[in-house]
Design a protein around this ligand. Sequence first.
Ligand code: SF4
Ligand code: SF4
Ligand code: SF4
Ligand code: FES
Length: 665
Amino acid sequence: MLHLTINGKPIEVPEGTTILEAARMNSIDIPSLCYLKDQNVIGSCRICVVEVKGAKTLQASCITQAAEGMEIYTNSRIVRESRKVLYELILSDHDKDCLFCKRNQHCELQKLGVQLGVERSRFEGERSTRRVDSSVSITRDLSKCILCRRCVSVCNNVQETGVLNMQNRGFKTEASPAMSLPLGAVNCTFCGQCTVVCPVGALRETSSTERVWGALNDPKKRTVVQIAPAVRVAIGEEFGLPAGTLCTGKLASALKELGFDDVFDTNWAADLTIMEEGTEFLGRVKDALTGGGATLPMITSCSPGWIKYIEHHYPEHLGHLSTCKSPHTMMGAIVKSYYAESQGFDPKDMFVVSVMPCTAKKFEIDRREMQNGGLKNVDAVLTTRELADMIHSAGIDFVSLKDSTFHNPLGFSTGAADIFGVTGGVMEAALRTVYELVTGRELPFDKLHVVPIVGLDQIKEATIRIEEPLPAYAFLKGVDVRVAVTSGFAGAKKLMEQINAGTSPYHFIEIMGCPGGCITGGGQPRSEDERIRVKRMAALYNEDESKLLRKSHENPLVIKIYQDYLDKPNGHRSHELLHTHYTARGMHNQLTDEVFVLDLQKPQPARTPLTPGVVLGMSRSRTDLQDNPRVMALEAENANLRAELAETQDTVTVFKRIIQERNAP
Ligand code: SF4
Ligand code: SF4
Ligand code: SF4
Ligand code: FES
């Protein structure tokens, strides 16, 4: 243990502790900005400076190790003044447009200004040339960026996708894809993890709220909404409730108060997914074990961020993916077919909204594959954060709302569906059904939880031996079914490399794009609570255990739709509505002409007002877009070269002037 003092108070901390951690362990707050525990520890903003007795300069506490006998001052005059100056320097290259900023009142930069007592910004002058880059999922407003590099760290070190990096130098420095290409034109997965860590309004989901308000106010539209499992254990945080508060009933009530005609539950479609995916898996295993040559391992397909990742990085392995659409697009397809037909609605007049923990779902509904009969399965995706904004904006007192239930026939679900929201949940739900179909007995685990695949480890695996199968599944007798589960692309890469090398030992793999699964999706509330994932996960497992029915094949309303409409899992109608195929994209989109750019903003001078089109979110749709990725790459490169040339010419002019002045008599 180390012994030191902070502000005269003696403390004891383990070796290897930074000054910032030492202070926080002892309830002494040091303000920070770029620092993100375990993710971004690079000491770039210097807001966390402290005075260390004997040191020549102030030290950035987030990267300085505590040492035996250190005397540290976190609140001296020089420390306070320095932090203010550093803060004002950050503001000097920031548009300070708070009233029109999505993060207003939820912004770490704003909060810091209040904490430091900054009342003015003394440094004004030239500002960086900045621009807005809007894709179908994520919008980057670089006039808000404070260059903290958190997004770069999460994209490179956590997700290992390497999409965002620091580009250019000086005033032109920005956190962007290579050659400052738009996110929608590169191999970004739209996982949205960068939007969760960005402390300011520079990175956020591309808003769909105005379109949803438009549909709600349109008397000709039948508005249908559904919510994903992970939303119900997180949205309460946006209203001051503790992390992991289960808000299913309040959510149903809030959606009804907002004016949706039908309030359905994506969980119903999660049960349907298990019927389709489980049947597909059994079909593939039978084929593979009886010499048919089906592709194994089969990999789950309900995470659109993961789907985009494999389409870019392993396009040659798309055959491993289940052909099942994700639960919310299955729900959309069913709403605009079965439900519309049974109620006599014209599907063209229906507007289906999905409330999701995910930014990639916004991209997913725009895929060419997610349509039936020329209509999109889902018309708009709201993230958990966006729905909370709408509830606030409608003046609904969420915390005081009474619980209500979802509408049927698409609102009832089993416990298996609840755990879709956490890593390992889809696999466990599938195993509960598949094992029982094959053996006629319940999955042999306490409370039905497949313990080895529960939890937040990066890669989890389990082996389940099939003893005494029913006669129809005799081909599985004595087979050890091997499954693996991962979340986040770092783990996905490891499992895919095994497949690449032909050494994967698994039959079935679950992959989710976000570390921890949907509970920590890119559209979930931002939080400083380090235990957030554990709390949200526990809430989902509690919800599962509280249900009377906990296996998807027991859902009476899923059984009914097969009797009334779909006939059987993986049948003809199911294939038409509930299954899909994928697009090989390649690392540089070289295998496709599809891009997902909304606004391609060319560099604008600082302080130039944005065009009304940008402010209102009006933009070219993907189908109008003539630019292909290669053309955009060349345009961006040209713009950069022109800017660099102009800079060089400026420098030459300055040097010429200095030389002339020196040579002057
Ligand atoms: S990012 Fe924060 S400080 Fe900057 S304009 Fe938005 S709310 Fe204001
Ligand atoms: S959305 Fe994901 S992949 Fe894309 S830039 Fe952000 S962190 Fe990287
Ligand atoms: S976009 Fe956000 S997270 Fe990324 S460097 Fe800028 S301020 Fe930091
Ligand atoms: S928080 Fe320590 S340098 Fe930014």
